[in-house]
Design a protein around this ligand. Structure first.
Ligand SMILES: [Zn+2]
Length: 384
């Protein structure tokens, strides 16, 4: 042939070899992708202790992200570009843009920024390779004013009218609400019809109220242990209900929000416990002052706090979450599931969360110390 199709040459099949965490365990071998899809995953099955790095693991999926790289989802505008690029540098290839409790207009402003980012992303018009923003997680405003945590006091009662306006702008995938604060106005039923995963959080629900919420379809629990009453054996509360019954719950494994003993308790009790960052603008940034919604927060010593000292989101990234889980004694495969496979399964995403032929080419490459060497997002390498 005298001519060569250069577009094919630049977008030809690419390969990586190493220890691959496939859906069925570890394979020592090679994976290949073309454009944004994995086209082959093959190798010899190996036990994790015999797997030779680099480790090729599924790109991470973070269902609770407020910010990163110095920007906050609530800013709207182009903040999402920075946030999605910054988390991608830490191995996150899909995330949910997470809003705070705020006025209707402030939430709309945030979602319009997210919607514009998603349009640019699907048109391939973004400059840098960034995590896919698969939808929104509304954290509030329908929470209990008695359990705000770091959320500002702009709580209100959920209505279908308001929810539909948000859902029109960006598909809602997850909502955090206090089930005891729902009115009987059809809002919960509407959310479930739209297949939004409804999570209890920022709540004072009793065990009995949690049980009623479960029967009504509330299946998720937001940053388990945080912004809910602590466990008491005579009054186990929503936390006790989650430990006794939940299949899925989110947890922040930065070893600050939850003591490692409590983390181990939850890991033993809740089969599909998955990691989130609850990351703020301070993620991947030096110590200093940042914005969280309308509030000033301060990053210092691996924590992000309000001026009054209460924890306000985190500066965790999912690569660090994975290392923390391994430090707690989890296998690397188990940690990979908790930062990728389980959040995908919880949302019903079949095209990611595992390394298997036909799925999105979202790959995190880890060295023998579990530091990231490389991140591939929808087949393209993230510049780091
Ligand atoms: Zn949050």
């Amino acid at each position: 042939m005298a001519t060569m199709d250069t577009s094919n040459a630049t977008q030809g099949t690419q390969h990586l070899s190493g220890a691959i965490f496939s859906g069925e365990g570890w394979l020592q071998g090679e994976l290949s992708w073309h454009q944004d899809k994995l086209i082959s995953v093959s190798g010899q099955p190996v036990a994790e202790r015999d797997a030779q790095p680099p480790y090729l693991v599924p790109g991470f999926i973070d269902l609770h992200v407020h910010g990163g790289g110095g920007r906050d989802v609530m800013e709207g505008g182009t903040a999402m570009d920075t946030i999605a690029a910054s988390h991608a540098q830490h191995g996150t290839t899909s995330l949910l843009a997470t809003t705070m409790t705020a006025s209707h207009q402030d939430i709309v402003t945030a979602l319009e920024g997210v919607a514009a980012f998603r349009e640019r992303q699907s048109a391939g018009a973004n400059d840098s390779v960034a995590a896919a923003v698969i939808g929104a997680h509304l954290e509030g405003p329908y929470i209990n004013p008695g359990k705000l945590g770091a959320q500002p006091d702009a709580t209100r009662i959920a209505t279908v009218e308001e929810l539909a306006l948000y859902h029109q702008r960006v598909p809602l995938k997850v909502i955090t609400l206090a089930p005891e604060c729902l009115a009987e106005n059809g809002a919960l039923e509407w959310l479930l019809e739209q297949q939004v995963r409804v999570q209890a959080g920022h709540t004072l629900a009793t065990y009995e109220q949690a049980s009623e919420a479960w029967d009504a379809g509330v299946r998720g629990f937001t940053h388990l242990f945080n912004a809910m009453p602590p466990f008491n054996h005579r009054e186990p509360g929503l936390l006790g209900f989650a430990l006794a019954h939940a299949e899925y719950a989110e947890i922040i494994p930065d070893l600050v929000h939850v003591h490692e003993g409590a983390l181990n308790t939850a890991l033993r009790a809740i089969p599909s416990l998955y990691a989130i960052t609850d990351g703020t603008a301070a993620c991947a940034m030096p110590d200093g002052e940042y914005r969280l919604g309308t509030q000033q927060v301060f990053k210092h010593g691996g924590c992000v706090r309000l001026r009054n000292g209460s924890l306000a989101g985190s500066c965790l990234t999912l690569d660090q979450a994975l290392r923390n889980l391994v430090t707690l004694g989890r296998s690397l495969g188990d940690a990979c599931q908790r930062v990728a496979t389980l959040p995908a399964r919880y949302l019903g995403l079949r095209d990611r969360g595992q390394l298997a032929t036909g799925l999105r080419a979202d790959i995190a490459v880890l060295n023998h110390q579990l530091q990231l060497d490389k991140v591939i997002c929808a087949g393209r390498e993230v510049q780091r």
